[in-house]
Design a binder for this molecule. Sequence first.
Ligand code: UDP
Ligand code: MG
Length: 313
Amino acid sequence: MESKEKSKISIIVPCYNEEDTLKLFYPELTKVIDSMKNIEWELIFINDGSKDKTLKMLKELQQSDARVKYVSFSRNFGKEAAMFAGLEKATGDYVAVMDADLQDPPTMLVEMYDILKTGEYDCVGTRRVTRKGEPKFLSFFARLFYKIMRKISDMDIVDGARDFRLMTKQMKDAIVSMKEYNRFSKGIFTWVGFNTKWLEYENITRAAGKTKFSFWKYFKYSIEGITAFSTFPLVIATVIGILFCIIAVILIIVIIVKTLLYGDPATGWPSLMCIVLFVGGVQLFCTGIIGQYIAKSYLEVKKRPVYIVKEEA
Ligand code: UDP
Ligand code: MG
């Protein structure tokens, strides 16, 4: 066993205003990784434009622990960008992504590594089977989102899947090769394929600090996910359009026949108004859907970088 070459594991941790949690996270994580033998470690912290002392703490960690590296963004680019930056920087044979708030238990890394080591799987993902401690209405919408997502994209995006995972370098390279600007990682992880094994665990609430996600952020995130991985909403717009044309043709025939039979008394203003408003609404809705895709294409075409680094080490 001793002669076996050491594997290297990179751990990517996006941090946005995590001064309170890093204090708890780092000791917890090191406790786990120090207990795993024959492995070389690389801890990559991404400071996603934090406004608190996160960067200062990361610098201190980097000074005191040779395994620690950090990338600091010029502003807040979002968790997706942070994960991407980490994946690009990672050099390990295995690469893990985890949150800084201890909602992703570091102890699971041991089990994840044991599974990957056998070579049977390329990735070990985690999913929460409960959403304990999360606002009820948020859980409701989250479940709804995954249900819709599974129906309208061809991909099986697992309900409650977290970004916490350990994957092989090969899979990481595949993900890094996807240079899209609108990054929806849950979709990207699925899109690249490979064999993923899912570990289940109960939801754990944040160790400290506050969540960076609000209902509005999650809403935008879900629109992002849908537009990035499905064109089904465009089909809805088309179908509604066709349906309305058919209804219009039928109504025209009805009106012509009625006029021929009974003459043309000028009635029906209220119903006319309703129809005008309704059709107007549907048109705007469909234009909005198309607009979403155009907006995404616009951002994609501009080829802006996903993130900008201010300093790293
Ligand atoms: N995060 C980030 N950039 C952001 C928002 C969040 O890097 O703009 C990080 C955050 O520091 C944490 C992880 O993403 O490590 C998950 O964030 P959070 O715990 O707030 O989300 P939740 O677990 O509530 O979904
Ligand atoms: Mg969290």
